[in-house]
Design a protein around this ligand. Structure first.
Ligand SMILES: [Fe+2]
Length: 261
């Protein structure tokens, strides 16, 4: 059975949210009501295709678990417009665009529009603004740009069933303002740890965990490109030193993980 069929057939127990990590910052969440939310799905090799002259190896290392035409999701969200997040080769090849809601910060919404998404399906979100879709809430959170090509980065605070809160940093440079979500007591932190190209390092991500105090911290954005990879165990070590009350959770690719509340 293909992964998307597995996800569609997967029955999520009440009081839980199922999570699949597809590499880099790409996740799919499924609620007990069956609502599907995707974030930053990178389902192509567009970085290599679009930047052949960059002197870094951008060949994807993670399999494409879902072909874009097969993707089914209710909400398609992105944190910013870089191609490993709002991937043009994924978005332009979606067959089911007409049944999805597209969410993102302003510059990313322009990318959706340019790639043929109808205006009525595009929802512009910004930090501290919230959108609700069935049993999922998405609130934009503060994030710093990592280069001048997109000055509209954002993270998300996701709330499932009014209880479980997942804070996803997205790509961001470090600032103590990232911890402004601490007042919402996120249960889970999903954070970049690669440290390259102005992203949070594993040490900075652990410092953020110290301020936000999630029960669990999940590293991401370390696996996709050979020249932008680190060993996630370094984050585990940093977390033990800086936020020992937060549990380390390394997700395998394309396997369901249930967070319960
Ligand atoms: Fe990225």
């Amino acid at each position: 059975m293909s992964l998307i069929e597995t996800i569609r057939n997967y029955s999520v127990p009440r009081g839980s949210v199922a999570t699949w990590w597809l590499g880099q910052n790409g996740f799919i969440f499924k609620t007990p009501e069956g609502t599907l939310l995707s974030i930053d799905l990178y389902l192509s090799d567009s970085a290599k295709r679009l930047y052949p002259d960059l002197p870094i190896n951008l060949e994807r290392q993670v399999p494409i678990f879902i072909q874009p035409p097969d993707l089914v999701t209710d909400v398609y969200a992105c944190t910013h417009s870089h191609v490993d997040h709002a991937d043009p080769d994924t978005i332009s090849n979606l067959r089911n665009k007409d049944t999805m809601q597209f969410v993102g910060p302003s510059f990313t919404c322009g990318i959706y529009r340019d790639l043929g998404v109808e205006d009525s399906r595009i929802h512009h979100l910004w930090p501290q603004q919230e959108m609700e879709f069935k049993d999922v809430k998405l609130r934009g959170t503060f994030a710093l740009p990592t280069d001048e090509t997109d000055l509209n980065h954002m993270g998300y605070l996701l709330t499932f069933g009014d209880k479980l809160r997942i804070y996803m940093t997205g790509d961001t440079d470090y600032s103590e303002l990232l911890a402004s979500v601490a007042g919402d007591s996120p249960d889970v932190l999903i954070t970049c740890i690669n440290g390259n190209f102005n992203n949070l390092s594993h040490w900075e991500a652990a410092g953020l965990a110290k301020l936000v105090r999630p029960k669990v911290a999940v590293p991401c954005h370390y696996d996709m490109f050979p020249d932008n990879a680190i060993d996630p165990k370094q984050f585990r070590a940093s977390l033990k030193l800086r936020a020992p009350d937060t549990a380390y959770l390394e997700l395998p690719h394309a396997e369901p993980h249930l967070f319960s509340f």
